[in-house]
Design a protein around this ligand. Structure first.
Ligand code: PHE
Length: 350
């Protein structure tokens, strides 16, 4: 594996004793940004691997979204098979804050799987380099509604590519993962009159299906449901070679990071004629909102316009991919690479 990161800190938290990884992939376009994941892994090496992949993905995400930022990520490796106490959690967040503070502003953290705005306020007791503190504490708050907004914009342009109309009413979607982002995608799709299949590994999410008039199934069944668009909104790696051979959807577009189990899967999707919205294009809404509000000083309406421009970016990628007979993954990587090669002093956008 080629080592392309600028800096990686791997440390046993002084207070928590937990392994903590802060990976800064690139600051070529500006300060690195990327959330803090608190998650159980079988080993600290697995957490390190995740941080390396996710931080690299953040570099592409920020570049393709036109943000003046690079990519980073934090992973707090929780012990597998037991939950941590509130005190341990607090200690781990302070440990993260100390490492971020030491990096001196080259990296700004934020929420990710397993953390939220209240946790950012705790990190904020140790460093100012943190996004998405609660609004009452001066931050831009929970990014997940904005991530969901961007994914729904991506779903409209996916429908445009499939059907010639961006309307969501009557289209069939299967949403896998009903966490912070997945639930809000499901609600927005239901409000727009879509037909929904919902699923989550946690059966406690079943009532959401009833509330939204949706079918609720096991994640395995949802993944191969006969729908227009499959919407991955859980953790990464859903699109394996085996699953892609069995898909019965016409497109895949969702919120999960790192959806492709390996890069070659993009070509298999293309061969099957299944359109794929590159994950880091579709799910950029959360980080776009945070940077727009907290760095660029935009009003909420302007941030929302930037998020909705994800639809145009994706439409452009679908067109480029079709014209050049390449995967959408390749088209998106080319876009990110062009932006990285020619840094612009201010973020373009509406
Ligand atoms: N967790 C968000 C993502 O994966 C990242 C994020 C970082 C959101 C910083 C807001 C602020 O894109």
């Amino acid at each position: 594996m080629e080592f392309g990161h600028e800096s990686v800190v791997v440390r046993r938290g002084r207070r928590s004793g937990l392994p903590i990884v802060v990976a800064v992939h690139s600051t070529a376009l500006g300060r690195a940004v990327g959330g803090c994941r608190m998650w159980a892994y079988d080993s600290w090496e697995d957490g390190l691997r995740d941080a390396l992949r996710l931080s690299e993905g953040m570099t592409r995400k920020c570049a393709a979204a036109g943000l003046p930022n690079g990519g980073g990520k934090t992973v707090v490796v929780l012990p597998a098979g037991r939950s941590i106490t509130a005190d341990e959690r607090h200690a781990a967040l302070h440990d993260v804050g100390d490492i971020v503070a030491e990096l001196g502003g080259t990296y700004v953290t934020g929420p990710d799987a397993g953390t939220g705005p209240a946790d950012m306020a705790v990190i904020g007791e140790r460093t100012e380099h943190v996004f998405c503190r609660p609004e009452a504490a001066g931050g831009s708050g929970d990014p997940s509604p904005f991530t969901a907004l961007g994914v729904v914009a991506a779903l409209r342009s996916t429908c445009l590519a499939l059907f010639g109309s961006p309307a969501l009413a009557g289209r069939r979607f299967a949403v896998i993962g009903l966490g912070h982002v997945g639930e809000q995608i499901a609600r927005q799709l239901a409000a727009a009159g879509a037909e929904l299949t919902l699923s989550d590994a946690d059966p406690a999410k079943r009532p959401l299906g009833a509330e939204l008039g949706a079918v609720f199934t096991e994640p395995g069944a949802a993944a191969t449901a006969e729908v227009d668009v499959l919407v991955p909104a859980a953790l990464g790696g859903l699109l394996t070679r085996d699953l892609v051979a069995r898909l019965r959807c016409r497109a895949v577009a969702g919120a999960a990071n790192n959806q492709l189990a390996d890069p070659g899967v993009a070509e298999l999707l293309r061969e099957r004629g299944i359109r794929w919205a590159p994950d880091y294009i579709a799910n950029a809404g959360g980080v776009v909102n945070a940077v727009s509000r907290e760095v660029l000083g935009d009003e909420p309406e302007k941030a929302v316009r930037r998020i909705e421009s994800i639809a145009d970016t994706l439409t452009g990628l679908f067109e480029t991919a079709a014209r050049m007979e390449i995967t959408t993954a390749r088209a998106a990587d080319d876009l990110a690479r062009r932006r990285l090669a020619a840094p612009v002093p201010t973020a373009p956008g509406p």
